[in-house]
Design a protein around this ligand. Structure first.
Ligand code: NAD
Length: 260
């Protein structure tokens, strides 16, 4: 379905980003992986994805908090594959603290990783998409782009900002073959959430299974984590021709969290 298309997925050495990269490769797209991690482990992921899909897969180590590195990531992808047709802004980090105690460096790091990186990547990739009159921009946001939770001020602000950016970009390119959408998952069991389970367990002095049941999944009516593969399938669908009229949308995949 996506043969001859090229994608960038930021933050795809782990979790949801890796799942989306895998699904895009399986659908036929070349993939530029991005993200941190052990070089040998990343090379193993790169080879696995290429071998199982037959797609071309490369990795670029850009730190997306650096505007210049984001531009270099887009330029390197255009150089290696000839285009960036699909841009998935997925890299993200979390830090939890009351707003009046929130460390300024953590606030800045979250804005840079989530909101500013999305802006810089879109700015760099859009001219090529406009020239080819085709593109898919997917911002992997969160239910926290739609609703808030206490102690997550930086994350909630960045994620709400990403939805504003999504809508604005969608309107600016609405008459072209480019769409821009936000995917808004509830809790997904990835290393990012494992970290939160550990800190909540310490904070509430509760065992892991009770934190999962009584703190995390309490807000998710299905009482199940959202699966990476389901988010990846939605991302692939948004890249399809059938999704050409879906633009400027913030699509929850949250087990009913935002239905309350
Ligand atoms: P994860 O920690 O498993 O993966 C994060 C990825 O981002 C990693 O590949 C990491 O190397 C990369 N990354 C972090 N900082 C980076 C930087 N400065 N430059 C380049 N890469 C960087 O996390 P995840 O749970 O898979 O999260 C992926 C996205 O999904 C994030 O934007 C997160 O906010 C969002 N999200 C996660 C959940 C969840 O429950 N896990 C729910 C909703 C939204």
């Amino acid at each position: 379905m996506l043969k001859n298309k090229t994608s960038i997925v930021t933050g795809s050495t782990s979790g949801i980003g890796l799942g989306m990269a895998r699904a895009l490769a399986k659908a036929g797209a070349n993939v530029m992986l991005n993200g941190f991690g052990d070089a040998t482990a990343i090379e193993t992921i790169r080879r696995e994805l290429a071998a199982e899909s037959g797609a071309r897969v490369l990795h670029h180590a850009a730190d997306v908090t650096q505007a210049g590195e984001v531009a270099a990531l887009v330029a390197a992808t255009e150089h290696a594959f000839g285009a960036v047709d699909i841009l998935v802004n997925n890299a993200g980090i979390q830090f939890v603290a009351p707003v009046d105690e929130f460390p300024e460096d953590k606030w800045t790091a979250i804005q840079n990783t989530i909101l500013n990186a999305s802006f810089h990547a879109i700015k760099a990739a859009l001219p090529g998409m406009k020239r080819r009159n085709w593109g898919r921009i997917i911002n992997l946001v969160s239910v926290h782009g739609l609703v808030a939770s206490p102690f997550k001020s930086a994350y909630v602000a960045a994620k709400h900002g990403q939805i504003g950016l999504t809508k604005t970009v969608a309107l600016e390119v609405a008459e072209t073959g480019i769409t821009c959408n936000a995917i808004c998952p509830g809790y997904v069991l990835t290393p990012l959430v494992e970290g939160q389970i550990e800190s909540q367990a310490m904070m509430h002095n509760l065992p892991r299974d009770r934190v999962v049941r009584e703190v995390m999944l309490a807000v998710q009516p299905t009482k199940r984590f959202v699966e990476v593969e389901d988010i990846a399938a939605l991302a692939v669908f948004l890249c399809s021709d059938a999704a050409k009229s879906i633009t400027g949308a913030a699509i929850p995949i949250d087990g009913g969290w935002t239905a309350r």
